[in-house]
Each structure stands twice: as structure tokens, then as C-alpha cells.
Ligand binder design. Sequence first.
Ligand SMILES: Cc1ncc(COP(=O)(O)O)c(C=O)c1O
Length: 329
Amino acid sequence: MEAEKSSEDDDGPLIRVSLLEEALGIERIYVDYEGRNPTGTHKDRIARAHVEKALNEGYSAITVGTCGNYGVSIAYYARLYGLKAFVFVPAGYTLERAGEMKALGAEVIPWSGTYEETVTESRRFALASGIYDANPGSHPEVDYAGYSSIAREILLEVRPDAVFVPIGNGTTLAGIWHGFRGRASPRMVGVTTSFGNQILRTFYGDPSGEVAESQFNEPLVSEVSFDLNEAIKAVMESNGYVFGFADDTAARCAELLRITTGLLVLPASALTLAGLVKFVRKFGFRKGNFVLVLTGGVHGGESTGAYGGALSYNGWKNGARTRAVLQKV
Ligand SMILES: Cc1ncc(COP(=O)(O)O)c(C=O)c1O
């Protein structure tokens, strides 16, 4: 991947998914496809802003602790603007995107610890070395401003009634809500893994629970969610909800989205579709505009492909197959 300065991150239209509307009996479903961004995920919206801030403040290097997508994004924009990037990654993770980071000139530092410990180490390194700290929680105003652009773009096209967002640290959901505040008040619905997310546990008031990390739920596992309070506030203020799901649901939803939209979607983010199904079932809302925030990326393509044989295309056109798959959510 070559870094290109001219590209705007994402100014494309929402994609309406009539096949899913018919199958689910929901009035209007739109996809905000963040896979159009240069490195394939919504992380580009904040990575660019952090790199620009670092440059404006005179830094020559930037660091982040990441499980993958954010690291590629920081590496991409650092390359674009001529900064050195130091990307800390948990050594035990899949690290599918480490090659891309290196190809973009980043120094990749495997750290033996959890995601949270890796972020802490990157933060320590930033302080000790006097380089810009792009870690979650370090400059929340930059993160919220970056993700606010998703809300603004949605509002250019529709007034949403509910927006479904994948959550790990909760930064994306909190940022999108910041963008809606005072302009619109869709219900903010966070969707995550059932196996290791603090926002989910806090929402249900159950601090215990099993942690099980896999290549599918890695972006969503946050035993300590750095934007816990802001994310919970956004959900509560907007009268939203939080749902947790297992990996098999993520795989099914990614495949279904590929079939109904043609998009390669990262399974972790495909859970927004499962969130929509549960939300509609629970609250009975079927009228209005429902928006799914989805990401793509190299990981998305490969993960979706791995499940390519699991679902048959036969019958999806009349909605029967789609309904059958969604009944398992
Ligand atoms: C594809 C994808 N979805 C969701 C998330 C979680 O975002 P946040 O940590 O802002 O809640 C991430 C974070 O890495 C991600 O890569």
C-alpha cells in the first residue's frame, strides 16, 4: 500500500441495503462502510488527526499500542507526513497486519502482554522518549473530533433513528455521539464480543465473565475500555443499548453482508448487523433509518473468505436464506 496525500478519508455515500430490509421487515437499513478509507477501517479518521497534531506540535515521531488496524493507520499517515512511527503490538496476537506496518516504514515492537499492557508500554515509551502519544485516552478531544465526521457524513444523507457501532474501548461510539449531539439524537447501540469487554459488563452490571480472545474478536476485547465512561454516557443519553455476541455470529453476519452488499466486512464490525436484529426483536422498532457502521480491511477479506464455504448462496434472493441465518443471532 502506498500512502497518497490527495485522498479524503471517506466522503462516499451511505449504502442502502434493500435485501436486508426485506428479509428483516425493517423500513430502511444503511451501511456506513469505513472500508473505503485508505487502510480499510475507521481508524484512519483519528490516525490522520493525530499525525497532523503531532506535526503541528513539532514532533518527529509518534507511537501507539494496537492490536492491528490502528497501527496500520498510524503507520500510513506517519509515512504520508514524514513522521517515524513506533507501533507496539501484543506479541500473542494474530498480527496479520504487521507486514503492512513494516512496509509503510513503521518500527513494529512486539510486547509480551495484553492489549492494555501494550498500550501502557507505548505510553511509557512516548513519555520517556519525548514522542507523540497517539494511544487511546491520551488526546480524547482528537479522537472525538475525528469520529464526529462519521456523524456529520451520516447527517448529510439521513436522520438516523439508531446507529450501530462496534465497540472495544468505546472511543468510536463516543466520538460518533459527540458528532450527533445538538444536531440529532439517534439511539447509539454498541455491539461487541461477549467474551471480554468492560463496556458490556458495565452496561449489564456484571463485572465477572469469561475472557476468550480469538482472531475474530481481538479488536473488541477490552478488559479495560479506555473510553468506558464516555461510551456508557453516550448509550444512556441516547437511550441506546449494548449487545454482546460470540465469534460464530460475527462470521455469519460478515458472510451475510458480503452476499447482500458485496462488501468485504471485518467480522468484528459485522456484529452491528446482529445488534440490529436483536435491537429490533427487543424493542419492536421497524420504522425509520437504521445505520450500521462497518469496517473492511485486509483482515476483513481474509476472515470472511475463511467462512466462504460455510453458507450457501442458494435461496438468499427471496430472503429465506437471510432469515434462516439471522434466526441464529
Ligand atoms: C474493526 C474495529 N472495530 C471496532 C474497534 C473498536 O473501536 P473502539 O476501541 O473505538 O471502541 C476496533 C478497534 O481496534 C476495530 O479495529
